[in-house]
Ligand binder design. Sequence first.
Ligand code: ADP
Length: 634
Amino acid sequence: METKQFKAESKRLLEMMIHSIYTHKEIFLRELISNASDAIDKLYFKSLTDDSVGLNKDDFAIWIETDKDARTLKIKDNGIGMTEEELETNLGTIANSGSFKFKSENKLEEDNQIIGQFGVGFYSAFMVAKKVTVVSRAFGSDKAYRWESEGVDGYSISEDEKMSAGTEITLELLDDTDDENYSEFLDDYRIRSLVKKYSDYIRFPVKMNVTHSRPAPQSDEDKEAGKAPEYEEYMEVETLNSMVPLWKKNKTELTEEDYKHFYTEKFFDYTAPLKWSHIKNEGMPSYNALLYIPAKAPFDFYTKEYEKGLQLYSNGVLIMDKCGDLLPDYFSFVKGLVDSEDLSLNISREMLQHDRQLKAIAKSLEKTISGELKKMLKNEREKYEEFWKAFGLQLKFGVYSDFGMNKDKLQDLLMFTSSNEHKLVTLDEYVTAMREDQKYIYYASGESAERIEQLPQTELVRDSGYEILYLTDNVDEFAVKTLMKYKDKEFKSVSADDLGLETPEKKEEIKAKEEESADMLKALADALDGKVSKVILSQRLKSHPVCLTTEGEISLEMEKVINAMPTDQKISAQRVLELNPDHELFGKLEAVNKAGDTEKLGKYAKLLYAQALLIEGMPIENPVEFSNLICELM
Ligand code: ADP
C-alpha cells in the first residue's frame, strides 16, 4: 500500500505531539469526542430535513470502547463520516493551520502554550498512541475507507467495510514508561472522569460499556450458613456525560472553573476571560445566553479580518457560528452564544437579518453588556482598566462612528489619561472634580502623555491648576468632538483661542499690544507665505517663545490622522503662529522690525515657524534651510 507524506506543516505539528511533554495529554479524548460530536451535529441537522438519514435524535451517540489486551481505545460515532478525499484533506493537513503559527524553533517549552492555546484537534491522538486508525463512511456513500498512520512517516488510505455512516477511530496506546502511564486510558473510571471533566456538555450521549460487579446469587444453604457472597462482574451501558449544555444548566450548579473552561475550549483563548454573564431570559424573547469579555484583544481584533458575532443556537442546535447581528460594532469584543427556542431552525442567513426575535435579543443583550461594563467600572476598577486597555479604542470608535448616534450610550464607559499623575479617569470623575470656577473640560492631543506635557499650549491651563485630559489615540479627538459636551460642560482644546482663563485686563493688554505690532505681525505672516493664516500674540504662553495652534474645526492632530489615511482626501488645518509677547525673543523681533530689516525679519519668521512645528512633533518642511538659517543668525 502506498504511504503518503504529511504536508510539511502537519508534520511539524505531529512531531511536536509525538515528542510532547505536555502535562495534559488527556485532552486528546476531548478533541476526538468533540470532532465526533461535530460530525453528528452535521448529520443530525441533515436528518431534520432529509428522511433518508433514517435516524432519530435519540439514535445518535458516541461510543467509547477499551480493550486492555490489545491496548486499544476506540471512539465511534454515527455522524456524517468522511469520504476518501475528506480523509486525505482533513487528516493529511491541519485544518486550522491559519490560526496556528509556529515560532522559529519548536522548543518543547512551547508545547504547553501551543497545545493549550489552540484546539489542536485530531493529531493530539499521537500524544498517547503509537498507531491511529480511522475507518469512516460518509453519509450518502456506500464505500468505507481506512486511514492509518504510525506518526511522522506518513499515512495510507485503503478501502474498508463499514455498515453505516460514521467514523471509528482506534488508538493503539503507547507503552508505559517511567514517567508516563498510558494504560490509564484503558481504565473505565478514568475515561468516565475525563468525559465528565471535558465533554460533559456535549449534546449527544457518550456511551461506554462499563464493567460493574455485584454479589452473585447464592444457594439457600450458603445463605443460611451466613457465607459471604461471591462477586460477579457484569456489563452495563452507561452514558458518561450529562448532555445538558452548560448554558442550560442552573447557575448554582456551575463553578467559576466550569465557565472558564468552557470559554477556553469554545473560543480558543488561553487567557481566562475578564468577566462573564450567564443570562436566562424567560420573557419575550426567551433565550439563554452566555457572554464573555476576553482579557486581551485577539491579535486581529483591530483589523478588517476580525469577525464579530455570537454563536447562535436554536434549542441546542447550532445554526450559526458567528451571528454578527447580535452585537453592535462597539461591543464586537464580546464572545459567547445565544440559544433561543423562539428561533426557527432552518432559518436562512438573509431571513435572520430581518428576524424580529433576533433584533429583540440583540437589543436585550446590548443592555446586559452595557450594564455589566458599568458594574465593572463601579465595583472592579482594576479589572475595568484592564478591559479598557484592551478594548477602549473600540468604544471610542463607537462614539465617533454612525454620526455619533450611540454616544449617549457609551460616554459613561469612556476613560482618558488625566494630567493628574497620568491616571485613567472617566468623564464623570473629571466633571465631579472640576473646580467651581471651571467652565470647560480641557483636553490636549499628542502622541503620548509625556509629549503632551511638554507642549507650550498646556502651560496656562496646567498652571491655573486645571486637570487636562490627554488624548493619545488617533480617534480620541474625533470622539471628543462628537461628544461636544458632557453633563453640560463643553470640551475645550488647550489650543483653542479662548480658554476662559485669561483675565479681562490681560486680554485688553494683549489686544493693545497686538494693534501696536500689527504691521510686524503681518510682515511675519507674509514671510511665511500662506503656511499660517495669521501670526498673533499669545494669551496662553508663559515660558515658551512660540507655539502653533489652529483656527476652525480641524486641529493639527486631526490633520495628521486624516492625512495618514490611505485616501486622496487630504485636509489642512488653519494654522496660527502664536508669539509670546513677554518673551525676550519678542523684543528682538521688535528691534529688527524697527531697524527696517525686512529680510532678517522674514528669516526669523521661518525659524520660529520651524521651531513651533518641531515642538508639535511635526516634520519641518525644509530642514536644510532651517539649519542654514540657524547658522546664519547665530
Ligand atoms: P478541527 O476539528 O479543528 O477542524 P481536527 O484536526 O480535529 O481539526 O479535524 C480535522 C477535520 O477532520 C475536521 O474539521 C473534520 O472535518 C474532520 N473530522 C475529524 N474527526 C471527524 C469525525 N469523527 N467525523 C467526521 N469528520 C471528522
